[in-house]
Design a protein around this ligand. Structure first.
Ligand SMILES: [Zn+2]
Length: 127
Protein backbone atom coordinates (compact mmCIF):
# COMPACT_ATOMS: atom_id res chain seq x y z
CA UNK A 1 0.00 0.00 0.00
CA UNK A 2 1.50 3.30 -1.06
CA UNK A 3 0.97 6.69 0.56
CA UNK A 4 -1.43 7.56 -2.25
CA UNK A 5 -3.74 4.76 -1.07
CA UNK A 6 -4.07 6.16 2.46
CA UNK A 7 -6.74 8.42 3.88
CA UNK A 8 -3.93 10.73 4.94
CA UNK A 9 -3.21 11.35 1.26
CA UNK A 10 -6.83 12.30 0.56
CA UNK A 11 -6.99 14.57 3.62
CA UNK A 12 -3.66 16.34 3.13
CA UNK A 13 -3.77 16.57 -0.66
CA UNK A 14 -7.35 17.82 -1.11
CA UNK A 15 -8.39 14.66 -2.94
CA UNK A 16 -11.69 12.85 -3.32
CA UNK A 17 -12.05 10.23 -0.53
CA UNK A 18 -13.38 7.68 -2.98
CA UNK A 19 -10.93 7.75 -5.92
CA UNK A 20 -8.05 9.91 -4.55
CA UNK A 21 -7.87 11.56 -7.98
CA UNK A 22 -10.34 14.45 -8.23
CA UNK A 23 -10.07 17.61 -6.15
CA UNK A 24 -12.40 17.96 -3.15
CA UNK A 25 -12.09 21.74 -2.84
CA UNK A 26 -12.07 23.56 -6.17
CA UNK A 27 -8.68 25.15 -5.63
CA UNK A 28 -5.70 23.46 -3.98
CA UNK A 29 -4.60 26.69 -2.31
CA UNK A 30 -6.44 27.30 1.02
CA UNK A 31 -5.14 30.87 1.13
CA UNK A 32 -7.13 32.11 -1.82
CA UNK A 33 -9.47 33.55 0.75
CA UNK A 34 -12.37 34.24 -1.59
CA UNK A 35 -12.64 30.61 -2.61
CA UNK A 36 -11.03 28.61 0.20
CA UNK A 37 -14.43 27.13 1.22
CA UNK A 38 -15.63 26.36 -2.33
CA UNK A 39 -16.14 22.62 -2.64
CA UNK A 40 -16.92 20.72 -5.80
CA UNK A 41 -20.47 19.32 -5.67
CA UNK A 42 -19.23 16.05 -7.06
CA UNK A 43 -15.87 14.51 -7.73
CA UNK A 44 -14.76 15.62 -11.21
CA UNK A 45 -13.19 12.18 -11.74
CA UNK A 46 -15.46 9.53 -10.17
CA UNK A 47 -18.64 11.59 -9.59
CA UNK A 48 -18.73 10.86 -5.83
CA UNK A 49 -21.32 13.13 -4.16
CA UNK A 50 -19.42 15.55 -1.91
CA UNK A 51 -22.44 17.47 -0.68
CA UNK A 52 -24.31 14.38 0.56
CA UNK A 53 -27.26 15.22 2.78
CA UNK A 54 -28.10 18.60 4.29
CA UNK A 55 -26.11 19.25 7.44
CA UNK A 56 -23.60 16.51 6.68
CA UNK A 57 -20.68 18.77 7.47
CA UNK A 58 -22.05 19.79 10.84
CA UNK A 59 -20.09 16.84 12.19
CA UNK A 60 -16.91 18.38 10.80
CA UNK A 61 -17.11 20.95 13.60
CA UNK A 62 -16.21 18.16 16.06
CA UNK A 63 -13.17 17.32 13.96
CA UNK A 64 -12.28 21.00 13.84
CA UNK A 65 -12.62 21.20 17.64
CA UNK A 66 -10.39 18.14 18.11
CA UNK A 67 -7.79 19.60 15.72
CA UNK A 68 -7.83 22.91 17.58
CA UNK A 69 -7.41 21.23 20.98
CA UNK A 70 -4.61 19.01 19.70
CA UNK A 71 -2.87 21.99 18.12
CA UNK A 72 -3.30 24.03 21.32
CA UNK A 73 -1.87 21.31 23.54
CA UNK A 74 1.06 20.76 21.19
CA UNK A 75 1.79 24.48 21.01
CA UNK A 76 1.46 24.81 24.78
CA UNK A 77 4.00 22.05 25.38
CA UNK A 78 6.36 23.60 22.85
CA UNK A 79 6.12 27.24 23.93
CA UNK A 80 5.18 27.16 27.61
CA UNK A 81 6.50 23.89 28.99
CA UNK A 82 9.71 23.71 26.93
CA UNK A 83 10.01 27.38 25.96
CA UNK A 84 8.90 28.89 29.30
CA UNK A 85 6.51 31.36 27.65
CA UNK A 86 4.05 33.08 30.01
CA UNK A 87 0.31 32.44 29.73
CA UNK A 88 -0.77 35.73 28.16
CA UNK A 89 1.84 35.77 25.36
CA UNK A 90 1.04 32.12 24.78
CA UNK A 91 -2.69 32.83 24.41
CA UNK A 92 -2.01 35.74 22.05
CA UNK A 93 0.31 33.59 19.93
CA UNK A 94 -2.22 30.73 19.93
CA UNK A 95 -5.07 33.06 18.88
CA UNK A 96 -3.09 34.61 16.05
CA UNK A 97 -2.00 31.20 14.76
CA UNK A 98 -5.58 29.92 14.89
CA UNK A 99 -6.75 32.81 12.74
CA UNK A 100 -3.92 32.29 10.28
CA UNK A 101 -4.56 28.53 10.13
CA UNK A 102 -8.36 28.77 9.93
CA UNK A 103 -8.61 27.96 6.20
CA UNK A 104 -6.31 24.95 6.67
CA UNK A 105 -8.22 23.61 9.69
CA UNK A 106 -11.54 24.19 7.93
CA UNK A 107 -10.40 22.04 5.03
CA UNK A 108 -8.72 19.36 7.13
CA UNK A 109 -11.90 19.03 9.22
CA UNK A 110 -14.17 18.55 6.19
CA UNK A 111 -11.79 16.19 4.43
CA UNK A 112 -11.30 14.14 7.61
CA UNK A 113 -15.06 14.01 8.18
CA UNK A 114 -15.96 12.78 4.68
CA UNK A 115 -13.11 10.27 4.83
CA UNK A 116 -14.80 8.68 7.85
CA UNK A 117 -17.80 7.83 5.68
CA UNK A 118 -16.39 7.23 2.22
CA UNK A 119 -13.93 4.42 1.62
CA UNK A 120 -11.16 4.45 -0.94
CA UNK A 121 -11.69 2.38 -4.02
CA UNK A 122 -8.90 2.21 -6.52
CA UNK A 123 -10.25 2.84 -9.98
CA UNK A 124 -8.93 2.82 -13.49
CA UNK A 125 -10.12 6.38 -14.01
CA UNK A 126 -13.53 5.27 -15.36
CA UNK A 127 -15.98 4.15 -12.69
ZN1 LIG B 1 -13.44 10.74 -6.92
Amino acid sequence: MSYKDTKMYSILSNKCPHCHEGNFFEDNNPYKLKTFAHMNNRCPVCNEDFKRETGFYFGATYVSYALTVAFGVGLYILLSVIGNMDTVPFLITFSILLIILLPVFYRLARLTWINMFVGYKKTNKAN
